[in-house]
Write a protein that binds this ligand. Sequence first.
Ligand SMILES: *Cc1c(COP(=O)(O)O)cnc(C)c1O
Length: 493
Amino acid sequence: MHAHPETAFRDTDARAVQPEPTGLDPADWTALRAEGRAMLETMFDFLEHGAERPVWRAPPQAVRARFREALPLSPTRLADCHATFVADILPYASGNTHPGFMGWVQGGGTPVGMLAEMLAAGLNANLGGRDHMPIEVERQVLAWVREMFDFPDTASGLFVTGTSQANFMAVVIARAKALSVQVRDRGLLDCATRLTAYTSNAAHGCVARAMDLAGLGSDHLRRVEVDADHRIDLGALRRRIQADREAGFTPFLIIGTAGAVDVGAIDDLDALADIAAAETLSFHVDGALGALAVLSPELAPLVSGIQRCDSLAFDFHKWGQVPYDAGFLLVRDGEQHRQTFAADAGYLTRADRGLAAGDWWPCDYGMDLSRGFRALKTWLTLKTYGATALGDSIAFTCALARQLAARIRQEPELTLLAPVALNIVCFSYGDGRHDPEIVADLQVDGEVAPSLTRLDGRPAIRAAIVNHRTRAEHIDALIKGVLDRGRALSRGA
Ligand SMILES: *Cc1c(COP(=O)(O)O)cnc(C)c1O
């Protein structure tokens, strides 16, 4: 039996229970510095020579087994853990830093972003609020984002994990606007208004989940058909809104997509803004991939109308090449945004001066109170490369996609399955029956890694060119790889 702690303390001489210090900083800073530099070298080597490795290798069973050990109670030398990282983790990453990675819409990261992560981790800043300089850095990025999308100074915004979270928050903001912020207290149980939202059937799955999580139900997201270019059919959208009104529903939100996940299509955002204005609906844009097209003068016209939305979700970790994760939500009506999320709590009391001062606390604009310093890696990326270079690298991925599409049109054995609006190319070898095998073979082989998707009910090989490191030679390798394997499989080899 244990003595009650208070009793134990009362009976004991205070000096006898002086605790042993158990701080976690190193006893030997010199050794730690040396190991830290070695770790930095590991990652510089990885990024400088990444193209020499396979895109992806399946983690061997023996390696996986080493990560099923019991909770370690005693210490392991940092150098040994570093060696484990080099041997067991680094070679078996998913490969999105590799120029041959084209499977999914994932950014490639940059060495500058990596360094920023180190600086941010060292500061260990919590950006929920209060008066400190990291908050000003996030504010600076918010100001840049407003500038990129021509939003007014009164617009609000903040970093979130990704567009999935940002889309959810946008639905919650639009819900509070439609039902008044009292919905925060009362909930939806006795709410007679049946809200309906509208998006295309090419929208990302997280949009339906946002409706589900917001308590509105994914059935109340109307997934409108798309036209031949995979853009939302505007006539069908108008008819659906009308039909819902007649059936007693309350339409409240249109969600446009800038860069659909399957083929990269961009809805007619200007037309959606017009419809939303005419119907007095909120207008949100899922620009996870495509929003940053505004950084390229050549591509910006494709997302025209994005400046008119009420809220915008996008990811700096995709085309922006900022390391994971760096999603962003921008909201035109900053006050509506604040009222949707702000909450009073004694421990969050604001002061006029001191550390609890500061007139902008991100915790008032989202669910997270503890928030990391995502702003620093984004700030450093925009500062060191400049928005022009980022825009150029974005435009280059689209040029490569067009080059790939042109090669596919030239090859009689290949079929282009969707128009190439941005940087995503969907195609097939022959009648498509071998596409799953071709994709798996290429991934295992490790030179280029496309993915498999389904389009109009048939399999499709999908190349999403997002990584700033991808070059024409990787496009050539993809074409050659698909043709070689397709021919071998057709011969029954
Ligand atoms: C990637 C993507 C998402 C999801 O964004 P996360 O950052 O992964 O949460 C949503 N919509 C589209 C169109 C996407 O491409």
